[in-house]
Design a protein around this ligand. Structure first.
Ligand code: OAD
Length: 229
């Protein structure tokens, strides 16, 4: 069985990382256009670095929860037949032991030069004056994908969706494309589709099946049922 799993902020919520669109979520406190667009970075790079430095610090003091652990356990059985595509910039899947994880929206622990595109491991705190280790320009940015930019791995993701037998979406509101369209893409190619989310997402009706509840509970339950066959 070939399995593609899409994860979003909801899977890391119980690890203490904020979601974006729930009440009190990150986009209520920080305007998207200021901290998650190339224009926002050009206007005030210090503010953008402050936002991602705070998120990186939050990530460093958090730990994977039972949902991340269950997916790592599942990969232990399915091996290369399982892929996690995550919209999350945290590294909790990797810290739980998952190995096949594609960060389509980039990663908090990576830095990138806005001029030459060179990328490297991010320090705990980044600053607008940090020079690129390759071209030496002071144009260091977090290696995260902002609104208006192309997410990573898209061609390979569509290839895996088209070959999937099962597509599972976990902890994502279905607000942001292209990820929100993965369910239709996988279904059109013949995959069964399942949503695991606290509540029905915007796209819930596109899935064959939905299970609702906190990820730390419903993800291990689903993994156990899959492993029992
Ligand atoms: P959202 O904040 O939009 O949605 C989080 C989803 O997780 C919601 O549907 C919640 O109901 C659900 N949720 C919350 N707590 C949960 C829990 N304990 N268990 C299970 N589900 C829970 O976050 P995303 O869908 O990940 O992009 O957002 C997608 C993208 O929008 C992000 O990658 C980010 C953001 O703008 C960029 O910054 C480019």
């Amino acid at each position: 069985m070939k399995l593609v799993i899409l994860t979003g902020a909801g899977i890391s919520a119980e690890s203490g990382l904020g979601t974006f669109r729930d009440a009190g979520g990150l986009w209520e406190k920080y305007p998207i256009e200021q901290v998650a667009t190339p224009e926002g970075f050009a206007a005030d790079p210090a503010l953008v670095h402050e936002f991602y430095n705070a998120r990186r610090a939050n990530c460093l003091t958090s730990a994977p929860n039972a949902a991340h652990d269950a997916l790592a356990r599942l990969e232990g059985t399915l091996g290369n037949d399982m892929l996690i595509v995550t919209q999350n910039v945290d590294d909790l899947h990797e810290r739980a032991g998952s190995r096949s994880v594609w960060h389509m929206h980039g990663a908090l622990n990576r830095a990138k030069c806005a001029v030459c595109d060179h990328s490297w491991n991010a320090p705990a705190k980044m600053h607008p004056d940090d020079p690129c280790p390759d071209c030496n320009t002071a144009a260091t940015r977090p290696d995260v994908v902002w609104f208006g930019e192309m997410p990573y791995f898209m061609e390979d993701i569509y290839d895996r969706l088209h070959r999937a037998d099962l597509f599972v979406s976990i902890g994502t509101s279905g607000n942001v494309y292209p990820a929100a369209g993965f369910v239709q893409e996988a279904a059109a190619a013949g995959a069964r589709t399942l949503e695991l989310n606290l509540e029905p997402s915007l796209g819930a009706s596109s899935f064959d099946e939905s299970r609702n509840g906190p990820a730390s509970q419903i993800v291990p339950e689903w993994v156990d049922s899959l492993l029992r066959g």
